[in-house]
Design a protein around this ligand. Structure first.
Ligand SMILES: C[S@@+](CC[C@H](N)C(=O)[O-])C[C@H]1O[C@@H](n2cnc3c(N)ncnc32)[C@H](O)[C@@H]1O
Length: 369
């Protein structure tokens, strides 16, 4: 390990889920996580940032803060950016991308700000600056205060490295994990998704139950940093606490292609034995034998009035089949309109969780059947 100085590590998540991610961070042994808009801050050395990337299911990115300072002019930014010890971080043969955002600040020109930081990096390390660089340095200038971070994840963390077969409107794995946790799912009960698409909820639930590490199949940007220690990382990855889960996981969809994709994705994630995917419309849905558990579902959304009207029959049938067949189960429904949720006829709790999914405002509705 080349350095273990204490760092501020920011775990980015879908806004609205900060407390849910915090709960996961606490459960996984990260010290004193605190929530702020859009994420959770933890502290620790580089190995803590690696473990966050590897184990946390709800974080979409792990950013390590490397500098923070007051700044009002580009010349000042130039100086302060040159003061950062880039040589302790970046490989001279590496390729780096710099992104800057400016809000409520004297420096308002994002491109100029990014250029100053990029120049400081190439002057001090020789690293190549390119828009295609996998290693991303992020500068946020807000109210004349600049925070520079390294994106240690690289490709966003919902890409677990095992899903290749995508459905039309797939749920991101990170969001699926946060929604499962929001519904009280801890890995010890069966989960059913009656409209499973590419199987995201079902596979994520099975992985959680099997205690598999979220990022076990992928690479991360931090592997390119000077602070990376390949031996320590290999040991961290090899620590296997996975188990054979007790509950079983079920996905259904009326589209046979979706079922094929779900199976292929589950196989790549090594959880196919714990899952059953069946090509079937919701009208044929029956509760699996065994204990009750969680039904989690994001049916097709409607945004315009005409679409909502068209979909209300589908939501009505869904609600009816759940009431008839799933007594004792809990349900978590993600949809875009209160009217659609109402069409199910289910008695949802008053507490809904609002968030944005693919640019559409949606809510998580929960009920006990
Ligand atoms: C928004 S997608 C679900 C996405 C999924 N959560 C994922 O991660 O890929 C909705 C799914 O509902 C399925 N569907 C629509 N009507 C259905 C019905 N009557 N019975 C079963 N599945 C249905 C569609 O085929 C589609 O795959």
């Amino acid at each position: 390990m080349k350095t273990e100085t204490e760092l501020e590590i920011f775990l980015v998540c879908v806004p609205g889920f900060e407390t849910v991610l915090r709960a996961e961070a606490i459960e996984k042994g990260f010290k004193k996580p605190t929530c702020s808009q859009g994420g959770v801050t933890i502290r620790g050395g580089w190995s803590v940032a690696w473990r966050a990337n590897l184990e946390l299911r709800g974080a979409s990115k792990v950013l390590v803060r490397i500098a923070t300072f007051k700044v009002q002019h580009l010349s000042q930014l130039d100086r302060r950016a040159h003061d950062v010890d880039w040589q302790a971080l970046l490989q001279p043969e590496g390729t780096v991308r710099v992104e800057a955002s400016c809000k409520k600040s004297k420096i308002y020109h994002q491109k100029a700000a990014a250029e100053r930081i990029a120049k400081a990096i190439s002057d001090t390390t020789g690293a190549k600056i390119s828009d295609d660089g996998e290693l991303v340095i992020k500068a946020r200038i807000f109210e004349d205060h600049c925070t520079i971070s390294i994106d240690t994840s690289g490709t966003a963390l919902h890409k677990r490295g095992s899903k290749e077969a995508l459905n039309k409107a797939p749920m991101r794995e990170t969001l699926a994990a946060l929604l499962l946790r929001s519904c009280g799912y801890q890995g010890s009960e069966p989960v059913v998704d009656p409209m499973c698409g590419s199987g995201t909820f079902v596979i994520e639930a099975a992985e959680i139950a099997a205690k598999k590490k979220a990022g076990r199949h992928r690479h991360f940007a931090f592997e390119q940093l000077i602070t990376f220690d390949a031996d320590l990382w290999a040991r961290m990855k090899a620590k296997d606490i996975s188990i054979k889960p007790e509950p079983h996981f079920y996905g259904f969809d009326r589209d046979p292609g979706a079922i094929d994709r779900s199976r292929a994705n589950a196989e790549r994630a090594d959880v196919l034995d714990d899952c059953t995917f069946t090509n079937q419309p919701i009208s044929a849905l029956k509760a699996p034998n065994g204990p009750t558990g969680l039904i989690i579902i994001n049916p097709p959304y409607g945004v315009r009035i005409g679409e909502i009207k068209k979909l209300s029959n589908l939501y009505q049938s869904l609600g009816q089949v759940l009431k008839d067949e799933f007594t004792g189960w809990r349900v978590g429904l993600v949809t875009s309109a209160d009217k659609l949720a109402k069409s199910t006829g289910l008695a949802f709790d008053d507490n809904t969780l609002a968030f944005s999914h693919g640019g559409i405002k949606v809510k998580l509705y929960q009920a006990q059947l």
